[in-house]
Design a protein around this ligand. Structure first.
Ligand SMILES: NC(=O)c1ccc[n+]([C@@H]2O[C@H](COP(=O)([O-])OP(=O)(O)OC[C@H]3O[C@@H](n4cnc5c(N)ncnc54)[C@H](O)[C@@H]3O)[C@@H](O)[C@H]2O)c1
Length: 327
């Protein structure tokens, strides 16, 4: 499949801003939709627009071979239907009508399977049914996928769904696992602090590393993905004939245990470990053999590397991109 011209939505977002330079390096002509933040890459064709605008899709898809649809809003009841559902619908519908789109890549999420909110088989794979966790964001990830699946079934639109796990860039993992601000991800440690010993860290502003445990003491296990592996997953899927009509879990090489992660961060940053027992957390891991065998996906960033990169990011005094959505 020959793809040269690629439309990317959500270009200024976490995945988009890391993906664009790699698309350019690989020789694609990139057209990006710029919405609320600047998309500042030399060599990218910019179209200002809002995916909620029914007229945008025709202009944006003109002469394109592929779409990478990343634009999305998170937990916002007022706009998620218009942005995530109608915005995706306008693009899908134009892609089927214009007849020159060879691949439509939709950003999916493991939120569609409920991640830690429900007990799961261990690991889960792409055949696991949709079962979003509560909230508008996860709900929209299911509806977007169902629309894509139907456009494939009803109109043979060549869709590919990449179900990313929680994507980690910059010092995201430290923002998650340490107690000090900024706070990133769920659970939010100060909200599940029950004992006086746990609470004192927040009251006195002392930093520490959270170790999530289940009732009884077993450490929590989850599966996340580094930004470079995420980008690699998209590049491998783009233009890949075998990816058409398929969904893939795009996540890290292995899950991590909070026991190991907290121990490693504690050792490297010389911080105390604080246990947080949380009965609402179920372990989850993904089977990535489908992405490995069909896409040749070979993720490199396990938890040690994600932590090392996060520490390096802080050491270099780099400025963290503001968090728009905590989960
Ligand atoms: N970041 C993660 O951990 C993660 C995990 C799984 C799946 N995903 C999915 O990947 C995709 C990209 O995620 P991200 O984290 O890069 O997103 P982000 O929140 O960092 O960025 C969202 C992007 O969407 C654009 N956007 C929002 N509303 C728009 C509108 N009305 N019109 C046009 N553009 C609009 C924003 O300008 C921004 O560029 C999303 O579909 C998300 O659900 C992300």
């Amino acid at each position: 499949m020959k793809i040269r011209n690629v439309l990317i939505t959500g270009a200024s977002g976490k995945i988009g801003r890391n993906l664009i330079p790699e698309l350019l390096k690989a020789g694609y002509h990139v057209r990006a939709i710029q919405f609320d933040e600047p998309v500042d890459f030399k060599g990218v064709e910019i179209i200002e627009g809002d995916v909620r605008d029914p007229g945008l899709a025709r202009k944006a898809l003109k002469d394109m071979d592929a779409v990478i649809h990343l634009a999305n809003c998170k937990e916002n009841r007022e706009v998620f239907m218009e942005t995530n559902i109608k915005g995706t619908f306008y693009l899908l519908d134009e892609a089927r009508n214009c007849r020159h789109i060879k691949q439509f890549i939709q950003a999916g999420s493991d939120a569609r399977a409920g991640i830690y909110y429900y007990p799961h088989p261990y690991p889960i794979d792409e055949t696991y049914p949709h079962s979003a966790y509560p909230g508008y964001y996860a709900f929209s990830k299911v509806l977007e996928e169902v629309m894509c699946e139907q456009y494939f079934i009803q109109y043979q639109l060549p869709i590919t769904i990449l179900r990313f796990s929680w994507v980690h860039d910059e010092d995201d993992f430290l923002a998650h696992i340490t107690l000090s601000e900024p706070n990133f991800g769920v659970p939010v440690w100060c909200e599940i602090a029950k004992t006086q010993d746990q609470k004192k860290y927040f009251e006195k502003g002392i930093d520490g590393v959270a170790k999530l445990i289940h009732p009884g003491g077993k450490p929590g296990i989850r599966h996340i993905v580094g930004i470079k592996d995420t980008v690699e997953g998209v590049l491998l899927a783009l233009g890949n004939h075998s990816a058409i009509g398929q969904a893939f879990a795009i996540t890290g090489p292995s899950p991590f245990s909070y026991d190991f992660a907290a121990g490693y961060v504690s050792e490297r940053l010389n911080l105390p470990i604080i246990e947080f027992e949380y009965e609402g957390f179920y372990d989850f891991t993904h089977n990535i053999s489908k992405a490995r065998s069909i896409l040749g996906y070979n993720p490199q960033y396990d938890i040690t590397r994600i932590i090392d990169d996060a520490i390096e990011f802080r050491k270099l005094g780099k400025k963290r991109t503001p968090i728009k959505y905590i989960g």
